[in-house]
Design a protein around this ligand. Structure first.
Ligand SMILES: Cc1cc2nc3c(=O)[nH]c(=O)nc-3n(C[C@H](O)[C@H](O)[C@H](O)COP(=O)(O)OP(=O)(O)OC[C@H]3O[C@@H](n4cnc5c(N)ncnc54)[C@H](O)[C@@H]3O)c2cc1C
Length: 328
């Protein structure tokens, strides 16, 4: 199982495959979990979800940004989506990755970009901006960025990854921010992160409980795990925690029926909606989390467009698989 997970994480980190995939558009089943290529596509999806009483957080997909032009283009795209959300008066906000704004090669540039985004969002009826967490080596940059933005804005927050040993410290550091709590999606070393599902689930529940009991601020519990969701519902009821203090979140295309049922029960619910042509890394991380998602891809393989996609990724994938197998 670990081998399969490592395989898909390695694919998600492969710059060549990510870039090749851009030219063919969401394929291999990714179109089931990515809401199209354009702002119009994402606006239609938000409207459809809002009608079901479900809020949206939009991810303008982008991986491997390594030059100023691409970082500025990403920032401009994010600003355009925000403008469209505001114009249509939709119930939606943005999820943003600092790497997409240039943090991996110029932290000054990424800070200027995120500052502009948060400042514009503030002007758009206090729209929330969530800074998504990525690999551990980018965490310091995220906390530094938040520490600089916090005194000026209160419409910005981030994500806590429960697999990290230091997640606890981060929960304590940011009681005054809106936070999303997740299990964690990247492959991290055993020196800094829990490795087994049991350990991660246990820490995740502990952090959720601690956060709900200790903060007045809004908390997003982002998981597809029905056991965790049921636990949170019971815990909130037992401790008299009002439904307005938290929400559940899921990714677009996963467990939609469960999401709608929870929203109908009167819980706040937000769906994370990714869109854009940079779909490959995002999709591979989803396959790593849940290899059963591969059926999404297999169903697509019979289509001609998918065969071209398959050919372009296979060579690189086989090479990576061999490297990984050698390591085990
Ligand atoms: C809205 C959102 C935002 C996120 N943002 C980030 C982020 O910024 N940084 C980051 O590192 N990670 C992020 N993640 C990913 C997260 O860290 C996990 O990797 C991912 O959510 C998988 O863990 P899980 O909690 O959903 O449950 P898992 O541990 O994957 O699944 C637990 C159990 O739930 C059930 N289950 C799960 N999925 C399904 C399904 N599709 N159908 C049926 N049953 C299912 C199964 O019984 C499974 O055994 C985000 C996730 C969500 C939902």
């Amino acid at each position: 199982m670990a081998l399969v997970k490592n395989f898909f994480i390695a694919l998600s980190n492969n710059a060549f495959l990510n870039s090749a995939a851009k030219t063919i558009g969401p394929s291999l089943g990714a179109n089931r979990v990515v809401a199209g290529n354009t702002i119009d596509d994402v606006i239609k999806t938000i409207k459809r979800l809002n009608e079901k009483n479900i809020s949206v957080t939009v991810d303008n997909l982008g991986e491997f940004v390594n030059n100023e032009r691409d970082a500025i283009e990403a920032k401009n795209n994010i600003l355009k989506v925000m403008e469209a959300i505001h114009e249509h008066q939709l119930d939606a906000h943005m999820s943003v990755k600092l790497s997409q704004l240039g943090s991996e090669f110029d932290r000054g540039l990424s800070y200027r970009n995120i500052h502009q985004i948060v400042s514009k969002a503030e002007a758009y009826d206090h729209m929330h901006i969530n800074i998504d967490t990525e690999k551990y080596d980018s965490l310091f940059d995220i906390t530094q960025t938040l520490d600089r933005l916090k005194p000026e804005f209160n419409n910005v927050g981030t994500v806590i990854q429960a697999y990290l040993f230091k997640a606890d410290v981060l929960i304590d550091k940011y009681p005054d921010l809106r936070l999303r709590l997740v299990k964690g999606a990247y492959k991290e070393s055993p020196y800094i992160a829990y490795q087994t599902k049991e350990e991660i689930d246990e820490n995740y529940i502990r952090l959720i409980e601690k956060r709900l009991l200790t903060t007045k601020n809004f908390t997003s519990i982002a998981t597809h795990d029905h056991n965790i969701i049921n636990h949170v519902k019971d815990f909130a009821e037992k401790h008299d925690i009002d439904k307005s203090k938290f929400e559940f979140q899921m990714l677009y295309g996963f467990r939609s029926e469960l999401a709608e049922a929870i929203a109908k029960e009167g819980y706040n619910f937000t769906i994370y909606v990714p869109y854009g042509d940079d779909w490959f890394g995002y999709f591979m991380r989803r396959l790593a989390e849940r290899p059963q998602n591969i059926t999404l891809a297999l169903k697509e393989f019979v289509k001609p467009k998918a065969l071209i996609s398959l050919a372009s990724v296979t060579l690189g994938a086989v090479a990576l698989f061999k490297i990984l197998r050698r390591k085990h």
